[in-house]
Write a protein that binds this ligand. Structure first.
Ligand code: MLT
Ligand code: MN
Ligand code: ZN
Length: 304
C-alpha cells in the first residue's frame, strides 16, 4: 500500500496564523531548520488509482493541489478520492468536508456513531452537506471487527477505540464514549503488511499497544513534547492530556513506548507548532533520531 501524508501538523498547522511562538516566528523569518506543515490528513491506496482520505482538514484544497493522484483527471468534475474515513469530529479533521461540498455525488463517509452524532449536532457539517449532495454514512463499529470499502481494493480496515477527548462542542465532552476517537489498522491483503494510524492518542492501553507491536509501521500522535507545553508558552491553560494527547518526553510517554517496540517503523504525525521536535537541530529532535523515531513532513510517502 502507498501512504501519502497530506498534512502533518496539528490543528492550526505550522506556522499557525496568529501564533508568535518561537517555532512559528522563526519559521516566518527563515531562522529555523524546518518546513511548514498543513493540518492533519493522510491518504492511502493499494492500486494507485482509488484513494481513501483519512480526515478532511481545513487545508484540503491545497493538499489536493499538492498531490496529483487526488486531482480531477477522468471527467469534467471528479477526484481520486473514493471515500473518507474520520478518526474523530475535531475541527482539523472534518472542516475540509465543507470545502469538498461540490462533489458530484454524496460522499461515502466512514465514521463511528459517536462522531456521526457530533457531526449532526455540535458541529453539524453533515446537516449542512445535506443541502448539497449529502453524505452516505457508513457506520464504523468499535468492536474491532474488520471492514472493507468498495473500490478501495485490497485494504482491510479495523477501527481501534482510543482514550482521548471529544471536541469542545461535542455532547460527550468530558464524558467520552467509545467511538469519540478511533485509530485504524490498515492491512494490505496482498502483502499482509499493516499500518497503525492514530493521530490523537491520550493513553496507550494494552489493546492499542498490541496493535502497535504487530504493525509494520506506526504513524501516531506527535502533538507535544511535554504535557504543559502550551501553558508554558502562555498559549493555553490546558494540558495536552486534557486535550487527549499523550506527550513524547515523560515517563510512560510516546518516546518510551515507541522505543520498546521491535518490529514497526515509527513515525510521529499531528505535530503541534509549539513542539521543539519541529526544529531539526534541536536536542529533542536528536533524542528522537537516536531512538529511531521519525518526524513526518508534508508530502512524505510511506510504502509498506
Ligand atoms: C486536537 O487535536 O486536540 C484538536 O484538533 C485541537 C484543535 O481544535 O485544534
Ligand atoms: Mn487535532
Ligand atoms: Zn506557534
Amino acid at each position: 500500500m502507498r501512504i501519502h501524508l497530506l498534512g502533518t501538523g496539528a490543528g492550526g498547522g505550522f506556522p499557525q496564523w496568529n501564533c508568535n511562538c518561537d517555532n512559528c516566528s522563526r519559521l516566518r523569518t527563515g531562522t529555523i531548520k524546518s518546513t511548514p506543515r498543513t493540518q492533519s490528513s493522510i491518504t492511502i491506496s493499494a492500486n494507485d488509482e482509488d484513494w481513501v482520505l483519512f480526515n478532511a482538514s481545513p487545508d484540503i484544497r491545497a493538499q489536493i493541489e499538492s498531490f496529483r493522484p487526488l486531482q480531477p483527471a477522468r471527467k469534467i468534475r471528479d477526484t481520486g478520492i473514493s471515500a473518507i474515513i474520520l478518526c474523530d469530529a475535531q475541527i482539523d479533521h472534518t472542516t475540509g468536508l465543507i470545502i469538498m461540498r461540490e462533489h458530484d455525488k454524496p460522499w461515502d463517509i466512514y465514521c463511528t456513531s459517536a462522531v456521526y452524532e457530533d457531526m449532526t449536532t455540535g458541529y453539524p457539517i453533515f446537516n449542512m452537506l445535506s443541502h448539497f449532495r449529502g453524505v452516505n454514512w457508513h457506520e464504523v463499529k468499535t468492536d474491532q471487527s474488520t471492514f472493507t470499502i468498495p473500490k478501495i481494493d485490497n485494504l482491510i480496515f479495523t477501527a481501534v477505540p482510543l482514550k482521548s477527548e471529544a471536541p469542545p462542542y461535542s455532547p460527550h465532552r468530558h464524558a467520552t464514549v467509545a467511538g469519540d476517537n478511533v485509530g485504524f489498522k490498515i492491512e494490505d491483503s496482498n502483502t499482509r503488511k499493516n499500518l497503525f494510524y492514530a493521530p490523537g492518542l491520550g493513553e496507550i492501553e494494552e489493546h492499542v499497544l498490541e496493535y502497535m507491536r504487530n504493525a509494520d509501521c506506526v504513524l501516531i500522535d506527535g502533538t507535544v513534547w511535554t504535557n504543559d507545553e502550551m501553558s508554558r508558552h502562555g498559549i493555553s491553560d490546558k494540558l495536552a492530556s486534557e486535550m487527549g494527547h499523550l506527550d513524547q518526553s515523560s515517563k510512560g510517554g510516546i518516546m518510551e513506548i515507541l522505543s520498546s517496540l521491535k518490529k514497526p517503523r515509527k513515525i510521529l504525525i499531528h505535530i503541534n507548532n509549539t513542539n521543539p521536535i519541529l526544529d531539526e537541530d534541536s536536542p529533542e529532535r536528536k533524542k528522537l533520531n537516536t531512538s529511531g523515531i521519525e518526524v513526518s513532513f508534508d508530502g512524505m510517502e510511506i510504502e509498506i
